[in-house]
Design a protein around this ligand. Sequence first.
Ligand code: ADE
Length: 256
Amino acid sequence: MEEPDNPRTSPSGHTIGAVEATLLAWYGTAARDLPWRKTRNPYAILVSEVMLQQTQVERVVPRYERWLRRWATATALADAPAADVIVEWQGLGYNRRALSLHRAAQHVRDEGWPEDLTRLPGVGPYTAAALGNFAFGEDVLPRDVNVERVERRTGHAFTARAAQALMDLGATVCLARVPRCGHCPLASECPSLGTRDEPLRRQSRFEGSFRQRRGATLRLVVERTRWEDELDSDAVASLAGDGLVIVCEGVVRLPS
Ligand code: ADE
């Protein structure tokens, strides 16, 4: 961890290092216009973060907006049938997230927001930190892969204030395979200038194809209730284990 070099004072009175000040100045001119940045509503932020866990920003934006038009509050979502929630999620992938979000909304409806946000279904340490920072103003830096990459490459310790700026730098400039150092505000102080990361291990062919079989099977059940013997039985068993479908007397349907 580096000490903040050449400390300055931000408008809120916090002392920030020169590197972070440079990053925040860049963000002031280059920030992406994303709808969840215009709110501090914890439910809206939760919806965005769960969608963003495994789906790209461009695909999430229209689905996030549609979701909030349909279910504007945690209580509205909590009161909806699980089947409607699964259908609305179609196209976002990793369907278990739909059920977790539904259960998280039921937790909030019944007991309010927990002190420890990881008690909500589908909320791990990263999503809890993002929700804590963006909705509740907590002094925590959510570290997703992009933020971790910028920290690792620059060797700099950023504060919670830099969260959104780090996400944008990591997503648009400090890319893993082809970093755009010529566009980076931190290039002159970056020890990793011009270096790229080795490719990561991708999902195995088997994991990828089973995920697709699950997705395709769920889509068939979303269309209409099916006979069990029309469907891929391993995929049905896996979906039923997650509560995404109900199997009863040879019929497979969405949960109510
Ligand atoms: N990825 C995860 N959370 C994000 C956020 N709040 N903004 C942009 N990308 C993200």
